[in-house]
Design a protein around this ligand. Structure first.
Ligand SMILES: O=C(O)CCC(=O)C(=O)O
Ligand SMILES: [Fe+2]
Length: 330
């Protein structure tokens, strides 16, 4: 089995961010102390999102059933069938669901937060010593300031990738059994966003946010807050999964809003295909569904290159990618 996974840990807003200063916009990225801005009304324009991009924050919480994986993990067919139905409904509607009894030890999650806190508290020069290289997977990055100059995310991340897990998280295992070999996976809310509205280009995203909250999902024409739950994991479908399912299941449109009072952290686990794997829906599914193809073939390495080097993931990544892809006639 080939597995390609990467884990992203993010903390926002951070006391120090790396981004272009307003005075030195044409110079290479320079350091400035973002904590100075945290209590001011005059926030750096690089972090401002045009109002058109930002739907007014709804206080409304997403009211979706929490999916209990206990029966599935234990192999209880009846309980699994019910969970599958809930997952199917959620994926058809907005590509998002939350699971409990997922088998990931909560102590491990807390330990990961503690570990990553130590990394983010390092002095900036230390963090820059393991800066993520262009086109690379692993390392520290801040605000994407090295790649984009406007609408910067108010966050810093520490990412690392690895392959060849011995066991799958149960939800990955489920999709794998359903899709077979075709699923080889290797603060100023409302204006300043930790992570702007986007769909993940990856296959699946499994996420834990801390108790500060801020994750929002777009569904029923509105943004809905996802209440943080210590015991649950959020699962988002990404663009690659949507392409694998011929658009039947939706790539989840989401964002993370930060606030001026408390730092927010999240642990994000991206599941991606093997680089050279051609992404296309399984033929027997297409046959069974009687559908024609919605998307052309592509490889994860092309989509990865596009989103790492040419385009920051947003709501229209896949369409833009197909226009960009030379062999695509879309
Ligand atoms: O921090 C979060 O809760 C969301 C992060 C996210 O959407 C991403 O990194 O793709
Ligand atoms: Fe995301």
């Amino acid at each position: 089995m080939s597995v390609s996974l990467s884990v992203l840990m993010e903390s926002s807003p951070s006391p120090i961010l790396l981004c272009p200063s307003i005075e030195a916009r044409d110079e290479k990225s320079v350091l400035f102390d973002a904590s100075k801005f945290q209590k001011q009304s005059n926030l750096p324009t690089e972090f401002m999102w045009p109002r058109g991009d930002v739907v007014q924050t709804q206080e409304e919480e997403l009211n979706e059933p929490l999916i209990d994986l206990e029966g599935f993990v234990k192999g209880d067919d009846k309980v699994t069938a019910h969970a599958v139905e809930l997952v199917r409904t959620a994926c058809s509607k907005h590509g998002f669901f939350q699971v409990t009894n997922h088998g990931v030890d909560s102590k491990l999650i807390q330990a990961a937060y503690q570990e990553i806190d130590g990394v983010f508290k390092l002095p900036m020069n230390k963090k820059l010593s393991f800066k993520r290289k262009d086109g690379g997977f692993s390392g520290y990055s801040a605000a994407h300031a090295d790649r984009f100059s406007t609408k910067l995310p108010w966050k810093e991340t520490f990412s690392f990738g690895y392959r060849g897990l011995h066991s799958d998280p149960s939800v990955v295992h489920y999709f794998r059994s359903a899709l077979g070999k075709d699923f080889e996976h290797t603060g100023n809310s409302g204006l300043i966003l930790g992570t702007g509205p986007h769909c993940d280009p990856t296959s699946l995203t499994i996420l834990h946010q801390d108790q500060v909250g801020g994750l929002e999902v777009f569904t029923d024409n509105k943004w809905h807050a996802v209440r943080p739950r210590q015991d649950s994991l959020v699962v988002n479908l990404g663009d690659t999964f949507m392409a694998l399912c011929n658009g039947r299941y939706k790539s989840c449109l989401h964002r993370a809003v930060v606030n001026r009072e408390r730092e927010r952290r999240s642990l994000v686990y991206f599941v991606c295909p093997k680089e050279d794997k051609v992404v296309r829906p399984p033929q027997d599914l297409m046959y069974r569904w009687g559908e024609t193809r919605e998307y052309p073939d592509f490889t994860w390495s092309d989509l990865l290159d596009f989103t790492q080097n040419h385009y920051r993931a947003d709501v229209a990544t896949l369409q833009s990618f197909f226009r960009w892809l030379p062999s695509s006639s879309f």
